[in-house]
Design a protein around this ligand. Structure first.
Ligand code: SF4
Length: 106
């Protein structure tokens, strides 16, 4: 009985595998939502996409210049909703701060 066992190491991942890994995927941080105490919209970054309004109409509205502004009623929402709305912004124009003034998103 002969064992024709090849002791070579296993091959690495293919070039195609490596090429397909080009997308930079960050794990969402939901589950441990920050305690949001302040919301700011950077008007220079806002392109008026309205994603934030669609996600959280009680927190954001569009003004006459097609820029998002924060509504007073945002405090009635939970942090997960606020964070989801901020993450929905295509230009990351929504900045969230905790009660100590630390930026918690983005
Ligand atoms: S999602 Fe972002 S770009 Fe769109 S309106 Fe809201 S803040 Fe502006």
């Amino acid at each position: 009985m002969t064992l024709d066992k090849d002791q070579k190491t296993t091959k690495n991942t293919t070039d195609a595998d490596k090429a397909s890994a080009g997308g930079h995927a960050q794990a969402p941080t939901t589950g441990k939502a920050p305690r949001v105490a302040r919301i700011e919209v950077d008007r220079d970054l806002c392109i008026g996409a309205e994603s934030c309004v669609l996600v959280a109409p009680d927190a954001f509205k569009m003004d006459g210049e097609r820029k998002a502004v924060v509504k007073e009623t945002w405090r009635s929402l939970n942090d997960d909703t606020i964070l989801t709305a901020a993450k929905a912004c295509p230009t990351a124009a929504i900045f969230l701060y905790d009660e100590d003034g630390n930026q918690v998103y983005p």
